[in-house]
Ligand binder design. Structure first.
Ligand code: ZN
Length: 395
């Protein structure tokens, strides 16, 4: 299954044919275990790129196209800004602006990302939009928190932002900065294409006004097979569905392949939230799986706002199993949708999270070989145990 999702399907980025092949495969598989399925469709853009060329007077600089950037050819003088104050003071209209240092220390949240967006990021983006540079060059290092293991990381990854951008290493950026004031020529070969994708929601069990909801995001970042992030989450949903083939309890079970956790505007997440407006109270517990099954270390579970009966049901299901530990709270995945809507949540990942994030996540190294399938089976068994326990709790 992981092989199919990560290798036979070359990419699961939102809007791609591979992404739709993955949601089709998921819908067919989960239906074969007796679940009713619904596809929740949304419009989005897909994006293709053939690289960028950046030169000053014949001297080439190694630059990567910012994901979802518009393409185009520009020849303009270079200006440089490394702090917010410098950016505010820079006359950038029609020029190529190099952002480095403090300004480029962390990935900027996309303009229309609905769940989290710091004021400083909004300020930088709005300054860039009002100053109207012809193009942006970002010189970056690493940002494990937002960009996983990428070096350099793209400062801007936003299909709603219309200034073309490239990014390069801080080292290459310092070399380029020496040419401030000179003419730079930049050719970005990239295109946005209108496309679509969907969530797949699968349901079973009796009472829809009392639901257990299980999430995993099915999309993967551009340029990664996405085995741990998050092919394993989808395999876990399917293993759980298979273990529930004969389930006929009162508690409603909703298994959701969300589509967009690693995409700039989180379209599947926004759609699922809007379709559940006013019905969050029905959710007894929300479970999210992301980054589970890494062959090193243990499975880590973490609890958010769980009432005592659910808290103890989770501990009973998980603590008895080997290789499972309670991990630190984290918020960078879809369980935040439950937390933001005041529902109890359980998140499942791997405890060697730091190693995963700083070395593997969002890169070509995230392949099926780094997954331990036995850990996935254990998690699925623990989840079934938990679900059957919750089904027996008095309402
Ligand atoms: Zn993920």
């Amino acid at each position: 299954m992981l092989h199919k999702l990560c290798l036979e399907i070359p990419s699961r980025r939102v809007g791609s044919a591979g992404n739709r092949a993955a949601t089709d495969f998921f819908a067919r598989s989960v239906a074969s275990f007796g679940f009713q399925t619904e596809s929740q469709r949304f419009d989005c853009i897909d994006w293709t790129s053939e690289g960028a060329r950046l030169a000053v007077d014949g001297d080439l600089f190694r630059a990567f196209v910012g994901p979802y950037s518009l393409g185009g050819q520009v020849r303009a003088p270079l200006v440089v800004a490394s702090t917010l104050q410098e950016l505010e003071a820079t006359e950038a209209e029609g020029k190529i602006i190099l952002l480095c240092g403090d300004l480029a220390k962390e990935q900027l949240m996309p303009k229309n990302f609905p769940f989290y967006n710091p004021d400083e990021h909004k300020r930088i983006i709005s300054l860039l939009e009002t100053k109207q540079p012809a193009a942006i060059v970002a010189a970056t290092t690493r940002d494990p928190g937002m960009a996983g293991a990428l070096y350099p990381f793209p400062l801007i990854e936003d299909g709603d932002f219309d200034v073309p951008s490239v990014y390069m290493t801080d080292v290459e950026g310092s070399r380029l900065a020496q040419h401030a004031g000179e003419e730079v020529s930049l050719d970005i070969r990239a295109e946005r294409h209108p496309s679509w994708g969907c969530n797949v929601v699968a349901r079973k069990g009796g009472d829809r006004s009392r639901r257990l909801v299980c999430f995993a995001h099915i999309d993967a970042k551009l340029g990664t097979p996405g085995a741990i992030d998050n092919g394993t989450g989808i395999v876990l949903l399917l293993l759980l569905a298979e273990l529930l083939v004969d389930y006929g309890g009162d508690l409603g079970v909703e298994i959701v392949a969300l589509n967009g956790e690693d995409y700039y505007s989180a379209p599947g997440e926004q759609l699922w939230v809007s379709q559940n407006a006013g019905r969050f109270g029905e959710i007894v517990l929300g479970i999210n799986m992301d980054g589970a099954g890494y062959r090193e270390g243990n499975t880590a579970f973490s609890l958010y706002d769980c009432p005592p009966d659910i808290d103890s049901a989770i501990r009973e299901a998980f603590c008895a199993r080997k290789d499972m530990v309670e991990g630190e709270a984290w918020y960078q995945s879809d369980h935040s949708l439950f937390i933001q809507n005041q529902r109890p949540a359980l998140a499942i990942t791997s405890d060697r999270f730091d190693a995963l994030w700083t070395e593997i996540a969002h890169t070509a190294k995230d392949r099926p070989e780094i997954v331990d399938p036995a850990k996935l089976v254990d998690i699925a068994l623990a989840l079934r145990h938990l679900l059957l326990h919750l089904d027996r709790l008095p309402v």
